[in-house]
Design a protein around this ligand. Structure first.
Ligand code: NAD
Length: 419
């Protein structure tokens, strides 16, 4: 499912924006490369007593704006090319969001569903140990991504703290974000990516006289991002008419209840078997007539083959990199608007930043405060991108990249290149 050339995609998107805004060629050289690429092979004892070797990655793209920041993914398609691309997207995303972080990403090439919880715990802890001082609360801060969650962050936190001298431990709790609330997480982090997407969509809808009440939509991926986006769209009156996850797709023109589906997925681990829709194949799902589409699974979903199938007016990217270069071009030719990942899914890293701040200050913010600050931060990003789109007469992805590149260029020019 994931494209093998996803890093090439992100670089071509970058070059398009860099050409349009006239990025300094010296700074372009720096941003075209990652800074550090860590690959670790590590052994773990399985429940049956045998040892299995695993390969884990952490790619750190850029930290000129602050510590490296980005999620950890447990998926069989994880490879160095994908992790590089995801790390670069994080640099743009944090720059657009206006938070003091750089970009990184990591993961393990693994089929997590093949392992027991005890094995996953040992794999996570051993991976953390192998990464060692390549992560740290003021240096590189992981978070959840596909197939990782608050529990996995708690194991990373605990393992990292065990490696610290006792006197240091309590000031290192911000080494990961997306932790369980009781272990130093922030309220509102679980829904943050979906919430940010909904805030961006509401702002765009208001600007474009696109009523969300009664609007229909389809969603791909019903994990953290997809399920929260759908549950938060329900009170706004938007109607979910189609969903697809790894187990298959279903449609219902009368609406699928996101809360009931989320309860089903929480129990069964998949959408399959939910009684509230008719099972359809992948192509039928993508062709479903709706007002908008939220891809919230993996990259490489809207391509030369699939973009012509879409029957929507707007795509809001919950996933990272769901649209490749051909997909983008076809959507533009067909007049389908697109709100890009680096803006639309930035809510997660913004609330991760709030969690990090709360840990550093030993504070606890309530949900109202987290949501209000998220709204303010993401609307600021939305406005900056909106202005760049108008200024350059370009698409929203390129406009978003320009916001990021302008900020990075300013900082490089102020600080210079050592020595
Ligand atoms: P998740 O593991 O919680 O959910 C992933 C979903 O994708 C699941 O519903 C799964 O069934 C579905 N999926 C997997 N393979 C599929 C396939 N072949 N076809 C259709 N659906 C498939 O992951 P998540 O955290 O919700 O992340 C989803 C996307 O959002 C990723 O691209 C991730 O990088 C991005 N993202 C996540 C966050 C976050 O805070 N979790 C933040 C920003 C971006």
């Amino acid at each position: 499912m994931a494209q093998s050339n996803v890093f090439e995609t992100v670089m071509m998107q970058f070059n398009k924006a860099a050409d349009l805004m006239g990025l300094d060629p010296e700074i372009r050289k720096i941003l075209s490369n990652t800074t550090n690429e860590i690959v670790v092979n590590f052994p773990v004892v399985m429940d049956n007593g045998c040892v299995q070797m695993f390969t884990g990655y952490r790619v750190q793209h850029n930290n000129v704006l602050g510590p490296y920041k980005g999620g950890l993914r447990f998926h069989p398609a994880v490879n160095i090319d994908e992790v590089r691309a995801l790390a670069v997207w994080m640099t743009w995303k944090t720059a657009i969001a206006g938070i003091p972080y750089g970009g990184a990403k990591g993961g393990i090439q693994i089929r997590p569903w093949d392992y027991s919880p005890a094995e996953l715990e040992r794999i996570t802890r051993r991976f953390t140990f192998a990464l060692g001082s390549n992560i740290g609360p003021e240096y590189d801060i992981p978070a959840p991504d596909v197939n990782t969650n608050a529990q996995i962050m708690a194991w990373i936190l605990d393992t990292y703290l065990q490696m610290m001298p006792p006197l240091e431990r309590n000031r290192c709790v911000h080494v990961v974000t997306g932790k369980p609330v009781e272990s130093g997480g922030s309220v509102g982090r679980d829904k943050a990516t979906g919430q940010g997407l909904v805030y961006v969509l509401e702002a765009w809808a208001k600007d474009h006289s696109f009523p969300l009440s009664g609007a229909t939509y389809i969603i791909q991926g019903f994990g953290n991002v997809g399920s929260w986006a759908a549950r938060l769209l329900k009170p706004l009156g938007a109607v979910l008419v189609g969903i697809e996850d790894h187990s298959g797709a279903m449609v219902n023109p009368d609406g699928i209840d996101p809360d009931a589906l989320a309860a089903h997925v929480a129990k069964q681990g998949r959408a399959q078997g939910y009684a509230g829709g008719a099972v359809v194949d992948h192509e039928t799902f993508l062709s479903t007539k709706a007002d908008f589409f939220i891809p919230a699974a993996l990259e490489g979903q809207i391509t030369a083959e699939t973009a012509p199938l879409l029957n929507v007016k707007l795509v809001v990217e919950g996933a990272n990199g769901p649209t490749d270069l051909d997909g983008d071009m076809i959507l533009q030719e067909r007049g389908i608007m697109l709100l890009p990942d680096v803006l639309a899914n930035a809510g997660g890293v913004i609330v991760s930043y709030f969690e990090w701040l709360q840990n550093k200050r030993s504070e606890f913010w309530d949900l109202a405060e987290v949501d209000a600050r998220l709204l303010k931060q993401i609307l600021g990003a939305y406005r900056r991108v909106h202005d760049a789109v108008e200024r350059h007469g370009t698409d929203w992805r390129t406009g978003a990249y320009i916001v990021a590149l302008e900020r990075l260029q300013t900082v490089y020019r102020e600080r210079g290149i050592f020595p």
